[in-house]
Write a protein that binds this ligand. Structure first.
Ligand code: G
Ligand code: G
Ligand code: MN
Ligand code: NA
Length: 253
């Protein structure tokens, strides 16, 4: 209850911020960043989204918080454009299943992005398999709408949910994100069969594959050999506050 009250206050007082974790191709070229929500609570300090997102979902606050995340991401993109900062061109945003289930999600998002003066193709929406667990047909229609507007769609934490492979082909996905539990298993010369399988599925279905949680040079080498397209993780860079992200980008230019 304290956290629920805290979340309402945080929305009013701007206690949220977005961190950005760079995403690179296998040559180390920056292609974009994943936006990760951070909450600095006055008394409790940093509260993890793994703790407060479920509360936001239970209380319905996820819609207001989600809209704030989108607005904040658009604002940063606009700024970087105006300041000629090459952020890679794409920002990924985590979207809760509850947002996908909202009947006006696609149209609200389109309006928000237009109002911010951002092209939809600048945003990649990261969904989890649980977005498909309720009304599959409604979720599918929303995803088709979002894709038609021009948003990119990524399936996050792929391989950790309970869904079957059959739905993958029906979804207008641009990216498959290989969950970091599969990446952690990668060691020099040992290609985890599951990581290898996911990369293969992505390629066959015409989707880009992105490995998350890449922490070592060995993992990077194995991923390159397996034909993975993109990666993110501590080996490349931790999630950074917007100012630090801008600096990180500047130092590489
Ligand atoms: O950044 P961190 O590892 O603490 O994130 C923990 C979890 O919170 C991850 O599953 C991540 O996807 C999720 N998360 C981070 N930012 C957001 C956000 O803006 N919206 C939603 N719905 N989930 C987020
Ligand atoms: O569920 P999702 O993939 O959105 O979660 C992203 C989370 O993973 C973020 O909270 C981020 O802080 C964390 N993360 C990013 N890179 C790494 C990494 O290399 N190793 C580990 N253990 N966590 C990471
Ligand atoms: Mn994610
Ligand atoms: Na993930």
């Amino acid at each position: 209850l304290e956290l629920e009250r805290g979340l309402r206050t945080a929305l009013e007082q701007q206690d949220f911020s977005l961190y950005f974790q760079p995403q690179v191709d296998m040559h180390g070229m920056l292609v974009g960043a994943e936006a990760l929500l951070r909450w600095n609570h006055a008394r409790l300090g940093q509260v993890s989204p793994a703790v407060f997102i479920p509360i936001a979902e239970e209380t319905g606050l996820i819609h207001a918080i989600g809209a704030w995340v989108i607005e904040c991401a658009c604002r940063h993109i606009r700024q970087w454009r105006e300041q000629d900062i090459d952020f890679g061109g794409r920002i990924s945003i985590n979207i809760s299943p509850w947002q996908i289930a909202h009947p006006q999600f696609a149209s609200n998002l389109a309006e928000q992005v237009a109002a911010a003066g951002i092209e939809p193709s600048t945003l990649t929406l990261e969904l989890t398999e649980s977005a498909l667990l309720g009304d599959f047909d409604a979720a599918l229609r929303t995803l088709q709408q979002l894709s038609a507007i021009g948003f990119r769609l990524a399936l996050d934490d792929f391989g950790t949910g309970y869904s079957s492979l059959a739905y993958l082909q029906q979804l207008p996905l641009d990216e498959l994100k290989i969950d970091r539990t599969f990446i952690g298993a990668l060691q020099a010369t040992i290609a985890d069969p599951l990581a290898s399988f996911v990369i293969d599925v992505g390629r066959r279905l015409g989707m880009a594959t992105i490995a998350e949680g890449v922490e070592t040079a060995e993992q990077e080498a194995v991923l390159r050999e397996l034909g993975c397209d993109l990666m993110q993780g501590y080996f490349i860079c931790r999630p950074l506050a917007a100012d630090d992200f801008r600096q990180w980008v500047g130092q590489r230019a």
